[in-house]
Design a protein around this ligand. Structure first.
Ligand code: ATP
Ligand code: MG
Length: 314
């Protein structure tokens, strides 16, 4: 198993009466893209800021690269990259100067720094904008500048805090591809988001956080294996009678059936023949079926079953 690059144990953070992190724990392995998924206000940014020693916390153990993290642990910090949720660049500096400034915090050698800054500019495709001030950039381009500032010094562990919020689809895809590329180059990524689709697409392992507590942690398949629902079957068939619906409900793996006179939706637990068995029952009843499809549960289903609420207000 890959070695653990970040370990958080029993992290507690209060903002006055509010307990923002309640004995929160997580562990990130070398070379993975690790997703921190939770609804707004669940504690993702607070967790990252505590991990980075940007915020004081009440209790907890944080180890990065096997060493105790602290505000003055510069030997650890030089190998960490941060792309904060709120864009943090200097308005008085140009695109080039901003990237050069952040890179210069860790890279002293002038030649190396020049090379790294240029590579960061290429990476986020801001070549045509190097002389621009941030306020002249669109939202998506500003996000890309924020990313360049966080990664120019070639960190081994990079935190992306909701980098795609309020970004157009094209820039969003570029950002996601860029993260894959950084991982291919050997970096370990921690990625926070409240978009389950992104997390499913991008992350190797995911931690679900709610109200500052770890709800579940594992690969996407492991998380989906934690819930009862394993398949959602949809069949278009008109006029199915009560008796047939009852026989579907009686099938041992089926635990919920909805029917509106036209579309049948069946939620079932794991079973090899769910679709075939249901199709057979309908065929025996002489019903003509149109569309038939079966879907896997989403991370929203996982969140719903583990916490009793939706990941997103829909
Ligand atoms: N500086 C602060 N003072 C007081 N309360 C805070 C502060 N920062 C965050 N909180 C509260 O702590 C909780 C966790 O907030 P946090 O920003 O960590 O959540 P988040 O998961 O990052 O949310 P989002 O998806 O909106 O970014 C929320 O209830 C929030 O209102
Ligand atoms: Mg946040």
């Amino acid at each position: 198993m890959a070695k653990e690059i970040l370990t958080v144990k029993e992290l507690v953070k209060r903002y006055k009466e509010l307990i923002a992190l309640d004995h929160f724990g997580m562990s990130v392995r070398e070379g993975e893209i690790f997703g921190l998924l939770g609804p707004n206000g669940s504690g993702k940014t607070t967790a990252i800021n505590c991990i980075l020693s940007l915020l004081e916390y009440d209790k907890g153990d944080i180890k990065i690269f096997g060493k105790e993290m602290s505000p003055k642990a510069y030997d650890i910090k030089k190998d960490i990259g941060v792309v904060p949720q709120d864009i943090a660049v200097y308005e008085s500096l140009s695109v080039y100067e901003n990237i050069d400034f952040f890179c210069g915090l860790y890279i002293r050698d002038k030649e190396t720094r020049k090379k790294y800054v240029q590579e960061a500019i290429d990476f986020v495709a801001l070549n045509d904008f190097v002389k621009f001030r941030p306020k002249k950039l669109s939202g998506g381009l500003k996000r890309r500048l924020n990313i360049a500032c966080g990664i120019a010094h070639k960190p081994k562990l990079i935190f992306f805090d909701e980098p795609t919020v309020a970004v157009d689809p094209q820039s969003r895809n570029k950002i996601l591809e860029g993260i894959e590329e950084l991982r291919k180059g050997g970096a370990t990524i921690v990625y926070t988001s409240h978009y389950m689709e992104e997390v499913e697409q991008l992350c190797d392992r995911v931690l679900i956080i709610d109200k500052g507590t770890t709800i579940a942690e594992g690969t996407i398949d492991e998380l989906k294996g934690m819930i009862k629902k394993s398949e959602i079957i949809t069949i278009e068939a008109s006029g199915v009678d009560e008796k047939t619906i009852t026989s579907i409900k009686e099938k041992s793996t089926v635990y919920n059936v909805e029917y509106d006179g036209r579309v049948l939706k069946v939620e079932a637990g794991s079973g090899k023949h769910n679709v075939i068995d249901i199709v057979n029952i309908l065929q025996e009843g002489g019903y003509r079926m149109k569309k038939i499809f079966s879907e896997q549960p989403t991370l929203n289903d996982v969140f719903l079953e583990l916490t009793g609420k939706q990941l997103r207000d829909e």
